[in-house]
Design a binder for this molecule. Sequence first.
Ligand code: HEM
Length: 148
Amino acid sequence: MLFKILVVLHTLGATVWVGGHLVLAVTVLPKALQNRDPDLIHQFEEHFENFGLTSLLVQVITGLGLTWIYFPYFHHFLDFDSYLSTYIGIKLLLLLGTIALAIHARFFIIPNLTKETLNSLAYHIIGVTTLAVLFVILGAGIRLGGFF
Ligand code: HEM
């Protein structure tokens, strides 16, 4: 039963994290770049930031929970000797990349966001959104028994 609850919570968290970033990257960012108006992104971040970070925390907790069920006591889960350990290992690398980009944006770009620095934030948004979509592809890959 725990496994099923973790999969449902993990999928729900994914809809928030990935859905929110796709809305930001596909609908808000193009308009902000076109109008050179960083406020459009500020307004989105004001509403999404806490909810988004909570969903990322849910992903980490449920993801590690699912990993524990597949690899009790995390034994050999980073051996990269099966699609399962490889996909989970890559997911952890995606997580590190996501956290690094998020911290850099939050503490170095967003506080000094102007029309001039908007492009550097755009690269971050596209980067985090691409990592988010890769999380889903790898997650579905685990569910489907691997792609290759
Ligand atoms: C933002 C971060 C993440 C997103 C968007 C995400 C997304 C997904 C999705 C959509 C699935 C398929 C759900 C299903 O099984 O049908 C999945 C499965 C899975 N994810 Fe993640 N994930 C994230 C982070 C993580 C992390 C950090 C880990 C491990 C430490 C992880 C481990 C897993 C595992 C083991 C499965 C397979 C569950 C199963 O058997 O179905 N995920 N993920």
